[in-house]
Design a protein around this ligand. Sequence first.
Ligand code: NAD
Ligand code: UFG
Length: 339
Amino acid sequence: MKILVTGGAGYIGSHTLVELLRAGHQVVVFDNLSNSSVVALERVAKISVGGITFFKGDLCSPADLHQVFSQHAIDAVIHFAGLKAVGESVEKPLLYYLNNVAGTANLCQTMVEAGVRMLVFSSSATVYGDPRSLPLREDAPTGATNPYGRTKLFIEEMLRDLAGSDAAWRIAILRYFNPIGAHPSGLIGENPRGIPNNLFPFITQVAIGQRPSLSVFGNDYPTVDGTGVRDYIHVVDLARGHVCALERLATYAGVLTINLGTGQGYSVLQMIQAFRHVSGRDIPYQIVARRAGDIASCYADPSLARQELGWQAEYGLEEMCRDGWNWQRHNPKGYVESN
Ligand code: NAD
Ligand code: UFG
């Protein structure tokens, strides 16, 4: 199939391109490069067979969307493009609603006009808010705690309304848990701009000496050692999940909402320990106050993904740390654009 990948130059998108090309699909990337680099696409090309077509465009521009759909006979869309920084979304909620929600509405409108009705959407475990019980099944109550999370919830609802309006839609809503790590080649990986918001890229930057130490946000949660517990998932496993979802949509009409996680939670201190073991580097840290809005624990019940998609995570924490560290060591400054 010919797949339009919005946000394809980004972290999860670039890894998904590799898996799509491996599965024999053709890919067209639509990205405004607001949080990514074309170097990622050049690197994907190095580890893949098959070409990537790149269209620099913005979801907020219906003209850009029309142009890409008129230039290419798209069969399905995988929609990664969006802004994802929780703190920034609190400061600039309208930016998030315009870019993520309105941008997705523009995309869907263009899909309707182009007669394309197959969509895989990047949602997040953040839609579960503060979980009442664990592990999280897809039918658990939702309720996001910040504007970013609400953009995911609103888009999910919009997509369900769309499917309700026209039975031709086939939509997979994938709720990711915590993607980390990198492609084992070390050629593509996460490339945060500025100070990382998330735990894993912060740890790798401490390990490489770019930051002196890690702040652990609270050790008084009701968890194994008091630090926050999350379901970390190798980005390559996550990427494979998208190919499985596309295949499933070939025979599924309506909306399929699925967790992509491992089902296993690890605490911050367990993560530090695993990373030290794999990298041989010390990770100095200090315990500081809890981060506002954080929850104690979050991990998936991944059984629906197994049943519906025939997918399950294959990599464990050690491989996540190994591949993430390999990427950081070989690309200490991330993607460097030559011009
Ligand atoms: P990323 O920032 O690396 O990738 C997103 C891409 O979208 C970037 O390349 C960016 O340039 C592009 N983009 C943003 N706004 C755009 C617009 N208006 N038009 C065109 N392109 C635009 O992020 P990622 O980690 O790869 O995340 C991909 C998706 O998965 C996002 O929707 C994110 O919310 C979701 N998600 C990510 C995580 C995570 O922890 N990384 C967890 C759950 C869900
Ligand atoms: N943490 C620290 N120090 C840091 C960063 C994080 O101790 O410098 C802790 C957090 O308190 C939490 C754990 O590490 O206990 C994981 O934090 P992340 O920021 O890496 O991940 P979150 O689970 O808070 O959130 C991430 C994304 C959300 C997304 C969610 C689920 O930021 O947007 O995963 O996919 F919704």
